[in-house]
Design a protein around this ligand. Structure first.
Ligand code: BES
Ligand code: MN
Ligand code: MN
Length: 453
């Protein structure tokens, strides 16, 4: 297999570059033809790699690519999940090269989706091709690659519900997370959930002259800022009543184990450019970004935002607020708690509305399972180092849904780095990481088949 991968390296990279050229931005309706083109690209590559059947499954939104190779029904079946849609590329002016014209610089491929998740998803297609070409496929494999992950997978749940038989498998394999560093591989053993709301604060019924009326009416933008400021206390604890009620605290041993991971705060500061880190009192940065819940404003607007000055008291102010959740917080409950709290703190000078967006539940995956062992041994073989189990801070809401609907655990074999700038300008993916993924994934199949016997 090593030889096959080495001989085909340039072609694999070339194909990924072609895939990255298609702007499959799921949130933007004008890119729908590109999204469909991307689905077709994935279908063609699965077929040429040796899948028996590949179909493009229509949904009420964007299609899901399903493919399979069943070699022997008595062998275990791996269900690979990934997404071929990407985040919007803006702000475009901050990219050093156009987001959909991939370039290789310093052994990294720069393009929107290079890491999240086209590059990581495509490692599975090429790993599959490698196993087929070398006669080393040891498990049945099913692929389910969706085009709506970045907009909250609104149609995947329906698809999974309707296709439970077709999706029967023993384990779900996903590369849509990261690892600690290229020297220290890690396996993600949990993801945070998400509750996302948009709030609207209304003061006067129309925009007012800030001289004629200023001082005599509440300014909704000022009020919104005060309300947001009160959502955290002096220790950076979230003040929403009941917010922490269901948070599972880790034991001191678990916390010590996770804080033993090689994590450098200076590197973290350099990567983000912050002069100092922040966060909930009593926890470390590693903990802030993985096992603790958050509340963040993702966008805030209202009033006059064009050039120059306009003297106005706006009628309305808005903000988009995300809360990252940890076990056992439930997104619907948290959204409701937030709504009640936000309404309760609104002064009588304004009215407020809270509009919920998509959410998702947090997950923790077992580390004593066959699939964890199979993944761990695979990384150990290719990196020469046992991977560290690490809880992740991001969200892949469908992982909890897979467990509920299909009864399946997922193994999160990520090969990206936090510094790959996913969702940001200049997203990239190391060629080292792409190739390591293609080398490591087949070993997972090998170990899994072996350990499942
Ligand atoms: N692949 C990411 C999630 C991720 C990245 C998890 C790195 C762990 C490490 C995924 O595509 C993503 O961006 N998820 C969204 C949630 C979704 C509902 C839009 C997120 O985490 O913001
Ligand atoms: Mn992703
Ligand atoms: Mn993403």
């Amino acid at each position: 297999m090593e030889k096959f991968i080495a001989e085909n390296k340039e072609r694999f990279i070339g194909e990924l570059i072609d895939l990255l050229k298609i702007p499959s931005v799921s949130t933007d309706a004008k890119h729908k033809p590109d999204v469909i083109k991307t689905a077709e690209f994935v279908k063609e590559k699965l077929l040429s790699a040796g899948a028996d059947v590949v179909e493009i499954c229509e949904t009420a939104g964007l299609p899901i690519v399903y493919g399979e190779k069943i070699i022997d029904p008595s062998l275990p079946t791996v269900l690979v999940y990934g997404h071929y849609d990407v985040q919007p590329a803006d702000p475009l002016e901050l990219w050093n090269s156009p987001p959909f014209e991939p370039v290789i610089k310093d052994e990294k491929i720069y393009a929107r989706g290079a890491c999240d998740d086209k590059g990581q998803m495509y490692m599975h297609v090429k790993a599959f091709e490698t196993m087929m070409a070398t006669g080393k496929l040891t498990c049945n494999v099913k692929f389910m690659i969706e085009g709506e992950e970045e907009i909250g997978s609104p149609n995947l749940e329906i698809y999974v519900r309707e296709n439970q038989d077709k999706l029967k498998a023993d384990v779900i394999l996903i590369s849509d997370t990261g690892m600690l560093s290229n020297d220290t591989p890690s396996i993600t053993t949990g993801l945070r959930g998400l509750s996302y709301v948009e709030v609207e604060v209304t003061g006067p019924k129309r925009d007012l002259h800030s001289g004629l009326y200023g001082g005599g009416v509440a300014n909704p933008i000022n009020v919104l800022c005060e309300m947001i400021a009160s959502l955290k206390d002096e220790n950076n604890k979230i003040t929403v009543a009941g917010f922490y009620d269901k948070v599972v605290e880790l034991s001191e041993e678990e916390r010590a184990a996770m804080n033993a991971a090689p994590f450098n705060i200076e590197d973290f500061k350099a990567d983000t450019g912050v002069p100092e880190v922040a966060g909930e009192k009593g926890y470390t940065t590693l903990e802030h970004t993985s096992i603790r819940p958050t509340l963040d404003v993702n966008g805030i607007w209202g009033g006059y935002m064009e050039e120059g000055a306009k003297t106005v008291i706006a009628s309305k102010a808005y903000a988009k607020i995300s809360m990252r959740l940890v076990p056992d917080q439930n997104p619907d409950e948290i959204t409701e708690l937030f709504q009640k709290h936000f309404e309760s703190i609104a002064p009588s000078t304004v009215t407020v509305k809270v509009n919920p967006h998509h959410g998702g539940r947090p997950v923790v995956t077992p580390t004593d399972s066959v699939e964890y062992q199979a993944a761990s041994k695979a990384y150990e073989a290719t990196f020469g180092k046992k991977p560290v189990p690490m809880r992740g801070g991001g969200s892949i809401p469908i992982v909890a849904m897979f467990k509920e609907l299909l009864g399946l655990d997922s193994v999160l074999m990520g090969f990206g780095l936090d510094t790959d700038a996913i969702h940001s300008p200049n997203e990239h993916f190391g060629i080292f990481n792409f190739m390591k993924g293609i080398e490591t994934i087949p070993l997972f199949y090998q170990n899994y088949a072996e350990l499942k016997k």
